[in-house]
Ligand binder design. Structure first.
Ligand code: DQA
Length: 147
């Protein structure tokens, strides 16, 4: 079983962004923790980051073609406005878990709305790197439920 973890726009800059919101952890360190948990759960995982909306859309199409079992996505700012990513996620049959490092609901108004949420099973926000780890666990539970 394979989970695809998608990181959207600007997330390669974790470690250099506002530490009050995102801490000081880098994307590489986040991916290492994801890989370690995946190994523990016994699932295959691929982590992918891009700053280009069309590339993200194509990665989601590819996930559909490859019949990926679940997707964990932090779409960054695209979360709040990208209908293209929303529609791409809508093509997937696999369960989708939305994650955010920061508590988007405690921040600016524009971060309260998510177009990804309408395509996701649920959302985990505000726990830093643990949002990803909880998201992976949620994805794993959804995979097992579907078996
Ligand atoms: C974020 C929250 C978004 O509002 C923001 O644009 C990001 C990161 C998070 O992980 O907390 O880039 O998705």
């Amino acid at each position: 079983k394979k989970v695809l973890v998608l990181h959207g726009v600007n997330l390669n800059m974790f470690g250099k962004r506002d530490p009050a919101q995102y801490g000081t952890i880098t994307l590489q360190q986040i991916n290492e923790q994801i890989a370690a948990l995946a190994a523990q759960l016994g699932c295959e995982v691929e982590c992918y980051q891009t700053n280009h909306e069309g590339e993200m859309v194509e990665k989601i199409h590819q996930a559909h073609e490859e019949q990926i079992d679940a997707v964990v996505i932090n779409a960054g700012a695209w979360t709040h406005y990208s209908y293209a990513i929303m529609d791409a996620l809508g093509i997937l049959k696999a369960p989708i878990v939305e994650v955010h490092m920061s508590n988007v609901h405690a921040r600016e108004e524009f971060r309260h709305f998510s177009v990804v949420a309408s395509r996701a099973k649920g959302q985990i926000a505000g726990f830093g790197v643990n949002s990803y780890l909880l998201g992976l666990r949620a994805a794993w539970e959804l995979i097992k439920e579907a078996e």
